[in-house]
Structure formats: C-alpha cells, structure tokens
Design a protein around this ligand. Structure first.
Ligand code: PBG
Length: 323
C-alpha cells in the first residue's frame, strides 16, 4: 500500500518510460490501402479522405515505392473499374485494373507484400457485394464469382487475397479454388468479423461502391454483436483463413481483444475510412493534435491485440516512427 507503492516512480523520465512501454508500434505492423483507377497519369484526391488518392497504375507504382521505402511491407488494393455491370465482370477480368496493378507492383517491387481486396461491390452496377436477384443478395452463386476474382488476382501475382464480401463459405470456396489451380502459397486474410458500419462512408466515395438500393445489413454483421464475431472468426479459420480481420477497429476494440484471446492465428484490424476522416477533419479544424491522436489510435488498436493494422495513416505513421 501507499506510501510503499508509488507507480509514478516508473514514469519519472523518458528513459524509464521507454523501457517499460508495453506496446510498440512499428511500420512493419502496417498495411496501406490503395485505390486503383484505369488510365494513365491520374492521381485524384478523395474529397472526404484528404491525403488519399485514386491513382492509375503508373502513379500507384510511384506511391507504392514511397510506402515501401518507409518500411511499410504491405499494401491492399481496391479496384475502381471504368465499367460496371450486374455480374461485376471487371472483378475477374485478367486485364482489369487490380490485375494490372498487381503485375506492375510485383515486377517493380518484388519484396512488397501485395494483398488484394476480393469483393464485388466496386464492380457491380447495383453496388452490392454479391449477385442480386429480386432485391436479394444471393450467397451461393456469388461464391463462384469470388473464386474467379481471387484466382485472377493470384494469377496476376497477388501474395494474399482478402475477401471482404461477408458471404457464407467464401473462405473455403476461395481456398479450394486456389489450391486446385496450384496457388497453395497464396494466403487468405479474411474480413472475418466485418460489421455493417457507418464508418465506411468515405471509403464508398473513394471506391465508388455505394449500394444503389438498400444497405449491407443482410450480409455484414450488426454492431451490437460480439459472440457472433467469434463464430464468424472460428468458421473462417476452419475454412482456411491465414489471418482474420476485425473491421472497423476503434468502436470494436473489445472484439479485437476477444478474438486475440480466443484464437491462435494472426489478427488484423481495419482502421477504416471514417475513423481516418474524423481525425483528419478535427485536425484541420485545429481541434485536436492530429499526429498525436493518430499515433495514440494506432497504438490502442495494437494494444487491444491486433498484429496488423490496415490504415490510411500508414505513410505518415511510418514517417514518424522512423524519426
Ligand atoms: C468492400 C469494402 C468496404 C471496405 C473495405 N472493403 C466497404 C463496404 O463494405 O461497404 C471499407 C473500408 C473503409 O471504410 O476504409 N466490401
């Protein structure tokens, strides 16, 4: 008891605080999300996500070089096709934007770990993550298209695919398709506990993937549920997921912690667009110290149990961490 115990003794100087830091962030923890466009020489800033861009493949290469040189080992790619249809055909076109971007990245930066988002919402005219019939998002017929998409990413050279659609059985279906075609070394990072979240708003502007009718609540999880997240994660691991993701991160730190405690696979957390934009906006207004809030946020996500963090702050955070 006090006065024998004085926790402040261990906080007195910067040196002792550094020695006793329980959580340290490293650029190697970070994955940078990137948006790829058709065309040449294009770099368009996303209005609701200052500092984030839609880029054509040539510009994307320049940005990826910068990201990699800052010590960030991985990127995740989202495609913005110029043509959308009911079946999301551009998602599995061997000459699609993501496929071309993957080939270019792996050629220029073979050591960069290239992850691709596997989903249909950016490619379908209705903006849903699966096939739609009579206003309903169909599960099983969507699996075939996701298999084709994942395979085309693997053929282009992707190191890991990340299904974000939340259809049941997609991890198993993709694992099977990859293995049958000789891609047993291509990993799967599943968006395992993905919630139907209002924090995705800015992303939908960036990826041009807003659903044209309804919402995603019949396939993404409802925010109040935690047990269900553990069930989703368990199923994805059984089906062959190498890494499981919780998304969003900040309002779901309890879920990240619980997943970390309950399973032995690496856990990723997606610090999503809305979480990024809120900090950016408050920073612009001068209401918070943006850099400090960014680092505190990322550290908290790691402290909760995430091994990996997908974040639009990757470049800036890595720059700060490198001093
Ligand atoms: C596609 C997908 C979404 C995000 C990642 N993959 C949007 C959605 O489900 O509507 C969100 C990422 C972010 O907000 O940063 N299904």
């Amino acid at each position: 008891m006090f006065p024998a115990h004085r926790p402040r003794r261990l906080r007195r100087t910067a040196a002792i605080r550094r020695m006793l830091r329980e959580t340290t962030l490293s650029p190697a923890d970070l994955i940078y999300p990137m948006f790829v466009l058709e065309g040449q020489g294009t770099r368009k800033e996303v209005p609701s996500m200052p500092g984030c861009y839609q880029e054509s493949v040539d510009k994307l290469l320049e940005s990826a070089r910068e990201v990699f040189s800052l010590g960030v080992p991985a990127v995740i790619l989202f495609g913005i096709p110029s043509r959308k249809d009911e079946l999301g055909s551009e998602a599995y076109n061997p000459q699609g934007v993501v496929q071309r971007a993957v080939r270019a990245l792996k050629e220029a930066l073979p050591e960069l770990w290239v992850i691709t988002d596997v989903c249909l919402c950016e490619y379908t005219s209705h903006g849903h993550c699966g096939l739609v019939k009579d206003g309903e998002v169909l599960n099983d017929p969507t699996l075939e298209l996701l298999q084709k998409e994942a395979l085309s990413h693997a053929r282009a050279g992707a190191d890991m695919v990340a299904p974000s659609d939340m259809m049941d059985g997609r991890v198993g279906a993709i694992r099977k398709a990859l293995d049958e075609e000789g891609f047993s070394q291509v990993g799967i990072m599943s968006y395992a506990a993905k919630y139907a979240s209002a924090f995705y708003g800015p992303f939908r502007e960036a990826a041009e993937s807003t659903p044209q009718f309804g919402d995603r609540r019949s396939y993404q999880m409802q925010p109040p549920n935690r047990r269900e997240a553990l069930r989703e994660v368990a199923l994805d691991i059984q089906e062959g997921a190498d890494v499981v993701m919780v998304k969003p991160a900040l309002a779901y730190l309890d879920v990240i912690a619980e997943v970390r405690r309950s399973f032995q696979v690496p856990v990723a957390a997606y610090n999503v667009s809305g979480e990024y934009s809120l900090i950016r906006a408050a920073g612009r207004l001068g209401w918070v110290d943006e850099q400090a809030v960014m680092m505190e946020t990322l550290t908290a996500i790691k402290r909760a149990g995430a091994d990996l963090i997908l974040t639009y702050f990757a470049k800036e955070a890595a720059r700060l961490l490198q001093g």
